[in-house]
Design a protein around this ligand. Structure first.
Ligand code: FO1
Length: 322
C-alpha cells in the first residue's frame, strides 16, 4: 500500500483509531488527515483544538487509550488546583496537555496560523502523516437543544451529551476557507482514496463538509470516497451518535449512515453484524464492504485500515472501467 496518497476526514477518538491504522500501513507523508475544528474553543484563555490534538497524540502513540483523549501517564495537579481556587473546571486539562495548549497560545500570539502550529506540534511528536485543520478560520459547531444553544464542548463535556438535540449548525462555515497548505495538498493531490473515518457524522464529519471548498473537491473528484460506519449493530461504539440519530428521527442503523452520506460516498464499510443490510445499500448505488469494524487493539486498527484501502482500490478499478 505504501506510496499511495490517501486523504482522510476525521474527528477525535474513533477517527483517530482508524487514522492510526492508516498511518501504520502507508509510507511517510502519504496520508493527509483533515481534522474537525468545530469543537475548538477557548478555555482559561487558551485555544484548545481537541480533535487535532487527539489525532497527534494517537499517531504519536502518547495518547491515553482508555479515555481516548489527552496524554497517557498524565497528571492533573493544575486542574485540581484550579478547582481549589473555585475556578470552573468542567473541562479537564492534564499537566502535559496544558504545555501543548500554552505552546499553541504563544504561537498564536506571534500570528502563526492554526495549520502551521498543528504541523509544528505534529513534527515535534514525530508524526509521519500530515494533519491539517479543516480551516484556519473560526467555525463553531452549535447545538440547538432543549436547554438552549450550546457550543460542542458545553454539550459534550459540560452536559455529557444529555440535552436533546433539535438542530446542529456550523457558525462561520459559509465564510471559512481552507488554509494555503490544504489548498496545495488538494491541488497537487494524486489521492487514490478519500476515507471518511468512523467519527460522528453529524458532529465531527459534517463540520468538515460544511467548508464548501472541501465538499466541492470531494464531490467533483473521481477519487473513490469510502466511509466507515460508526454504527455497529444499531449502536454507536462510543459517544452520542446513536442518541443524536434517534433524536433527529434518523434510523439508528448503517442505513441511516448510508442515507446521510449519500450521494457523496461510493462505498460504505460496515461490520459483520450489519451484513443483512448490504443489498439495501447496494440498491442505492453504494458499494459495501463487510468486515470487522470494531477496533479493540492495534491489529484491529491495521486490519480495518487495510480493508478500507483495498476496498477503495476495488471501487477505483470499477470507476475506471466505466
Ligand atoms: N472530553 C471529555 O469528555 N472530558 C474532558 O474533560 C475533556 C478534556 C479534553 C482536553 C483536551 C482535549 O484535547 C480533549 C478533551 N476531551 C475531553 C475530549 C473532547 O472534548 C472530545 O473528545 C472531542 O472534542 C470530540 O471529538
Amino acid at each position: 500500500m505504501s506510496g499511495e496518497n490517501i486523504l482522510a476526514l476525521s474527528g477525535g477518538v474513533g477517527g483517530a483509531k482508524l487514522s492510526w491504522g492508516l498511518d501504520n500501513i502507508t509510507a511517510k507523508n502519504t496520508l493527509t488527515i483533515i481534522a474537525n475544528t468545530g469543537d475548538d474553543f477557548i478555555h482559561h484563555g487558551l485555544y484548545i483544538s481537541p480533535d487535532s490534538d487527539t489525532l497527534i497524540y494517537t499517531l504519536a502513540g502518547v495518547n491515553d487509550p482508555e479515555r481516548g483523549w489527552g496524554r497517557a501517564d498524565e497528571t492533573w495537579h493544575t486542574h485540581s488546583t484550579l478547582g481549589q481556587f473555585g475556578i470552573e473546571n468542567w473541562f479537564q486539562i492534564g499537566d502535559k496537555d496544558l504545555a501543548l495548549h500554552l505552546y499553541r497560545n504563544e504561537q498564536r500570539k506571534k500570528g502563526t496560523s492554526l495549520t502551521e502550529i498543528t504541523q509544528h506540534i505534529a513534527q515535534k511528536f514525530g508524526v509521519n502523516s500530515r494533519i491539517l485543520p479543516m480551516s484556519d478560520d473560526p467555525v463553531q459547531t452549535i447545538i440547538e437543544s432543549d436547554i438552549g444553544h450550546l457550543s460542542f464542548q458545553e454539550y459534550f463535556v459540560k452536559h455529557q451529551s444529555k440535552p436533546c438535540i433539535r438542530n446542529i449548525s456550523f457558525n462561520g462555515s459559509t465564510e471559512a476557507s481552507i488554509s494555503p497548505e490544504l489548498k496545495t495538498v488538494i491541488k497537487d493531490n494524486g489521492f487514490k482514496a478519500i476515507i471518511v473515518c468512523p467519527s460522528n457524522p453529524y458532529l465531527s464529519i459534517d463540520p468538515i463538509l460544511s467548508i464548501k471548498e472541501i465538499k466541492s473537491f470531494i464531490e467533483s473528484s473521481s477519487i473513490p470516497v469510502v466511509a466507515v460506519s460508526p454504527i455497529v449493530g444499531g449502536k454507536a461504539l462510543r459517544g452520542p451518535t446513536a442518541k443524536i440519530m434517534h433524536e433527529m428521527d434518523i434510523p439508528v442503523s448503517v442505513m441511516g449512515i448510508a442515507e446521510h452520506y449519500h450521494p457523496l460516498i461510493d462505498g460504505l464499510v460496515i461490520d459483520h453484524k450489519d451484513k443483512i443490510m448490504s443489498s439495501k445499500m447496494q440498491s442505492m448505488g453504494i458499494a459495501v464492504q463487510v468486515t470487522n469494524t470494531v477496533m479493540n487493539c492495534d491489529s484491529d486498527k491495521i486490519q480495518l485500515a487495510q480493508d478500507v484501502v483495498e476496498f477503495s482500490q476495488m471501487i477505483s478499478v470499477k470507476k475506471d472501467s466505466l
